[in-house]
Ligand binder design. Structure first.
Ligand code: FEO
Length: 160
């Protein structure tokens, strides 16, 4: 059975994943309102992924005899300065999430809870991918400039 301390870590992470899901959904609404339907689609897909992470973590907690508690999530920002600003915020947010995941792995190692360590190492790998993708989009947006934004929007809209 998973310890009370690790349960708290995981439940905090579930809340963070749901906050991320809300953040990206709000970004999707904002982008669509601004006329960037491709980027809005990308962000909606990302929002769905984050909700999936929360569900996967809750399922893991329950399988280990823990209690999954969905606490109230804080409000998310409502608007951004530009498409680039949106994706720069994704980068900084994902870096924070990576730190949180690392802390869970460290706590699990300290308790010799190798199952929890192993489970969250999967998310460590996922965070590497998420950060890489977000930073690559920021890089391309900077190179594209205003003129290339329509091309970038079309590319982002192809996300499956
Ligand atoms: Fe589920 Fe992007 O962290």
């Amino acid at each position: 059975m998973i310890s009370e301390k690790l349960q708290k870590f995981v439940n905090d992470q579930i809340a963070a994943e749901m906050w991320s899901s809300n953040l990206y959904l709000q970004m999707s609404f904002f982008l669509r309102h601004e006329g960037w339907d491709g980027a809005a689609h990308w962000m909606e897909q990302q929002s769905n992924e984050e909700r999936g992470h929360a569900l996967k973590m809750a399922s893991y907690l329950l399988s280990r005899g823990g209690a999954a508690n969905l606490s109230q999530t804080d409000d998310v920002p409502q608007s951004w300065a530009s498409v680039l600003d949106v994706f720069e915020n994704v980068c900084s947010h994902e870096c924070k999430v990576s730190e949180m995941i690392n802390e869970i792995v460290e706590a699990a190692i300290a308790e010799k809870d190798y199952a929890t360590e192993n489970f969250f190492r999967g998310f460590v790998d996922e965070q590497v991918e998420e950060e890489e993708t977000a930073f690559a989009i920021v890089d391309k947006l900077k190179k594209a400039g205003d003129a290339g934004l329509f091309f970038m929007d079309a590319e982002l809209g192809r996300r499956k």
